[in-house]
Design a protein around this ligand. Structure first.
Ligand SMILES: [Zn+2]
Length: 230
């Protein structure tokens, strides 16, 4: 009797320990899966030498501000555990070296950015730009999203709300992007284009070149992205 009892006990404890181990392994695997499952975000710093983009009243080149904010945004998103793909990290556009004319460079650059969208396995494309207008008093944010991914509209709205709240920048209606914009026409992933302010407005230009202001902007965009994917 005692021997049977002992065997039953051994079997019982073996089963309990095995179950606990299984549960622990399952938990660790699910944690690992969660860590690896954070979304991949493409950050697109608009323009790039020789295409400077808009030029400010004080001579600020849009490409420089775009890159600076994009780098800051990448840092915050990576800190939050997102995987980040940058279309450019240097001053130059990402055109093929064989291009000789500005026109060729521009086309090649656009195709290269589209190719990153197609091939990086990303969940979202965020393009950072600055605005410019003939009316020098125009100011504030203009956030657009790709028409073929309307599900992304709440994120576009949230980006505007958060940036406006932290920077005090003026807001405008969040709209679908103009389809004449090559990268926003039919992007293979949901795409957002953030015009973060007007370089043609001297006061806004001054803010947009300020490192603290850029950091606030980047932080607000990252917070909106994090909330959207929670
Ligand atoms: Zn631009």
């Amino acid at each position: 009797m005692f021997v049977i009892h002992k065997r039953v006990l051994i079997i019982f404890f073996t089963v309990v320990i095995a179950s606990l181990l299984c549960a622990a392994v399952t938990y660790m695997l699910s944690e690992a899966a969660e860590d690896g499952a954070k979304e991949r975000i493409i950050i697109d710093a608009g323009h790039g030498d020789p295409d400077g983009g808009a030029v400010g009243q004080r001579g600020t080149l849009e490409k420089d501000v775009n890159l600076s904010i994009s780098m800051k945004l990448a840092e915050v998103l990576e800190g939050k555990g997102f995987s980040v793909v940058m279309t450019r990290t240097g001053d130059k556009g990402i055109y093929d070296d064989s291009c000789t004319t500005i026109r060729e460079m521009k086309r090649s650059d656009m195709r290269a950015r589209l190719s990153i969208m197609k091939n990086s396995g990303a969940d979202l494309f965020v393009s950072i730009h600055m605005n410019s207008f003939t009316n020098k008093s125009a100011n504030g944010l203009h956030i657009f999203y790709s028409k073929n991914h309307e599900e992304i509209e709440p994120l576009a709205v949230s980006i505007q709300d958060r940036v406006a709240k932290i920077t005090g920048a003026a807001t405008h209606a969040v709209k679908t992007a103009d389809e004449s914009l090559f990268l926003m026409k039919k992007p293979p992933v949901p795409a957002i284009l953030a015009e973060c302010g007007f370089l043609s407005n001297e006061q806004e230009e001054q803010k947009l070149t300020d490192s603290d202001y850029q950091a606030k902007l980047a932080w607000a965009i990252a917070e909106a992205i994090e909330d959207y994917y929670l």
